[in-house]
Design a protein around this ligand. Sequence first.
Ligand SMILES: Cc1cc2nc3c(=O)[nH]c(=O)nc-3n(C[C@H](O)[C@H](O)[C@H](O)COP(=O)(O)OP(=O)(O)OC[C@H]3O[C@@H](n4cnc5c(N)ncnc54)[C@H](O)[C@@H]3O)c2cc1C
Length: 406
Amino acid sequence: MADDILIIGAGQAAAQAVQSLRAEGFEGPIKLFGDEPYAPYQRPPLSKKFLAGEIGYDRVELKGADFYAQSNVETHWGTRVTEIDRRAKRVLTGDGRGFDYGKLIIATGSRVREINVPGFELDGVHYLRNIEDVKSIQAHFTEGAKMVVVGGGYIGLEVAAVAAKRGLGVTVLETADRVMARVVDPIVSHFYERVHREEGVTIETGVTVAGFEGKDKVEAVVSGEGKRFPCDFVVVGIGIIPNTELAAEAGLEVENGIVVDELCRTSDPDICAAGDCTSHPSAVYGHRLRLESVHNAIEQGKTAAATLAGKEKPYNQVPWFWSDQYDLKLQIVGLSAGYTEAVVRGDPETGRSFAVFYLKDGVLIAVDAVNRAPEFMMAKMLTQKKAVLDPTRIRDESIGVKEIAG
Ligand SMILES: Cc1cc2nc3c(=O)[nH]c(=O)nc-3n(C[C@H](O)[C@H](O)[C@H](O)COP(=O)(O)OP(=O)(O)OC[C@H]3O[C@@H](n4cnc5c(N)ncnc54)[C@H](O)[C@@H]3O)c2cc1C
């Protein structure tokens, strides 16, 4: 019987799993399957420095060119896994081959949510998930070109920031009454709306996109209210869908992500899953979470690898995330949903550096920090400890960050 560990999906979680499997002492065969033509790379720069053309492929690649060979990993780039046969313990690939496994890691990530309105198939309507998407968007990056971004979430706003800096005319359309409404407090949303406007970006909230118009290519976005936004191209960033179909078809439990336990085990003990495609139990929050972040993919990659190497390293951390727009580094630790008080340190009205501390009945549950690395670092520790904080100490900038907790 095969003792091979097969990994499906060659992204952030998979690259980490390979590294951790070897670090945990697994010496057997590892086979890695990815449907993109590239070795695993970082996605965050795709809407930041890589999109801006400031860094090339060599800087987004996750591991050095020799890493997989040196780690004795058989790589299958450009190879899609189409089926998991759990009874035969075998995966099938799109090119008709079969590979036996002893254990499996599913790290299939997520894909973009597509917009289903008239004209969606017109040329010039783009999404952003992979390197090819970046190349298509960059082809429109000529000074003065008009871009409409559909969706005022992180990715839409990051693309808007890069394009504005390149001299494009940028309009962001957001359905909610403020940007990034799903993840941050209105204080932070309004701060980002102000900065984008100062940088020349038009932000329109409360706008529902009803369709795209154009003959051979997109020429305008039309809202439900009948307003027309002329453009040369569109970038749609309206969220993602976890890639769970392979797992579901194999009979694994799936509910808003592949269901895993704190050791990243699926409902089949021989199969772990990691990254964007999973739903995991959070001891910190007392309910299941499906996260879309590098931190989550890395930590679950480590945990899944440890589990399959016969060790127990439960994943139980406060999540964190970041977004770069212009000269602003937004760092978020924790999930603020359900907070009872948002306490501001610094001045979001006029400045470009502040932090919002979210308390739930006095306990710190999350912090959004803009150009405030010390607050972010401290918050990582305090949220994990479920520290009780005094709002007056948070607000008082004469009290150093390290002394906030008293
Ligand atoms: C533009 C952009 C910007 C982002 N910015 C940030 C950020 O600033 N901070 C942050 O924390 N997170 C950010 N993220 C999110 C972060 O990149 C993801 O959470 C992370 O990549 C998830 O890693 P993963 O391994 O689960 O999935 P992925 O990295 O998506 O890798 C999954 C891989 O599996 C492949 N695959 C899927 N199905 C199959 C199959 N059947 N057979 C073979 N291969 C398959 C996919 O094509 C993909 O290559 C960003 C994402 C994007 C797209």
